[in-house]
Design a protein around this ligand. Structure first.
Ligand code: ZN
Length: 66
């Protein structure tokens, strides 16, 4: 089993790029057993989603300028 450090690194990478099947599997396997990494994954996804919504909003405002 990979360490929490390795898993959180993979989780962060997974936000920016597609992970390989093997990487996704080890993340999945790890978060099944590790609450800390599961929370980290949930938070990272939430933050990423919120940040994307914010930039989308900002961009649409800028492009819709009269
Ligand atoms: Zn962990």
């Amino acid at each position: 089993m990979r360490s929490c450090r390795a898993i959180s690194a993979l989780v962060s990478q997974g936000l920016d790029k597609e992970l390989s099947l093997r990487e996704r599997f080890s993340v999945w396997l790890h978060v099944m057993m590790c609450t800390r990494c599961r929370n980290f994954q949930t938070q990272s996804r939430f933050i990423r989603k919120a940040a994307r919504r914010y930039t989308d909003e900002l961009q649409s405002r800028l492009s819709n300028k009269p």
